[in-house]
Ligand binder design. Structure first.
Ligand code: MN
Length: 254
């Protein structure tokens, strides 16, 4: 397959190169990634300043293009400027930290895969639970298998795959669950600190993920040591309310 590989952690991130290594020589892989970490940048694109893109050699001689933009910028730039023809898949990751529940809304990793789908190319985001990334190779090997399954089966237009793995060796992973986006969110908090000039500043959020209990949710799968695979739609329309709202008596003049 021809694959465009990106992430939101920057072109030097180990997760990116773990995926690159697992895809190996069997696939044609181009890397276009942010030149620095852009985690939690969501689906932002850069419109108010120019983009700079430079070829770089990283990870012991591997070629990549580093862009001083967002993950979504990297996907657009990769598709329309770097590659001479459409790839079969855009793969984003491996992100350290699960992208499940409401985190999906903030994730640059998921946004990269979503941008691919908006551009008509199948997209897949891969994340591993927690900050430690002890089992990137396990995660990357699973991702490769899923990539090849997607190559055989295809994905419907407008749909991306969001993959999250527990940071565990294969023998401790309970299996694979096809799950739904849950409602789990980060424990909201602002940690107040004081700077050397005695002014307060705040660090937002913590790594504590509160998973919701709905059994079919992505967070529940991870909490039970399953790999979670969620098909996500780009179309955010609520189909049921769309139908019901047709009966609302709304007029332009209020
Ligand atoms: Mn990240």
């Amino acid at each position: 397959m021809r694959i465009l590989l990106t992430n939101d952690d920057g072109v030097h991130a180990p997760g990116l190169w773990a995926l690159h290594a697992a895809l190996g020589d069997g696939h044609e892989v181009a890397v276009v990634a942010p030149d620095r970490e852009r985690s939690a940048i969501g689906h932002a694109i850069t419109l108010t300043r120019p983009l700079r893109a430079v070829p770089v050699t990283v990870n012991g001689g591997r070629q990549a293009v580093a862009v001083d933009g967002t993950p979504a910028d990297c996907v657009k730039f990769g598709l329309f400027e770097v590659l001479d023809r459409r790839p079969d898949l855009v793969l984003a990751g491996i992100n350290p930290g699960a992208n499940v529940g409401v985190n999906i809304n903030y994730s640059g990793t998921v946004a990269a895969a979503r941008e691919a789908v908006l551009c008509g190319v199948p997209g897949m985001a891969v994340s591993i639970q927690g900050p430690d990334c002890r089992h990137l190779e396990t995660a990357a090997r699973f991702a490769r298998g899923l990539v090849e399954e997607v190559a055989r089966r295809g994905l419907p237009a407008g749909v991306l795959l969001n993959v999250n793995l527990p940071d565990l060796p294969p023998e401790r992973i309970a299996g694979v669950r096809i799950s739904r986006q849950g409602a789990g969110r980060l424990a909201d908090c602002f940690e107040r600190r004081t700077d050397p000039r005695r002014r307060d500043y705040f660090w937002q959020g913590a790594d504590t993920q509160r998973f919701d209990d709905a059994d079919e949710s992505d967070g529940a799968a991870l909490a039970r040591r399953f790999i979670s695979v969620t098909p996500l739609r780009c179309d955010l329309t609520d189909a049921a309310l769309y139908e019901r709202m047709q009966a609302w008596a709304l007029t332009a003049d209020g």
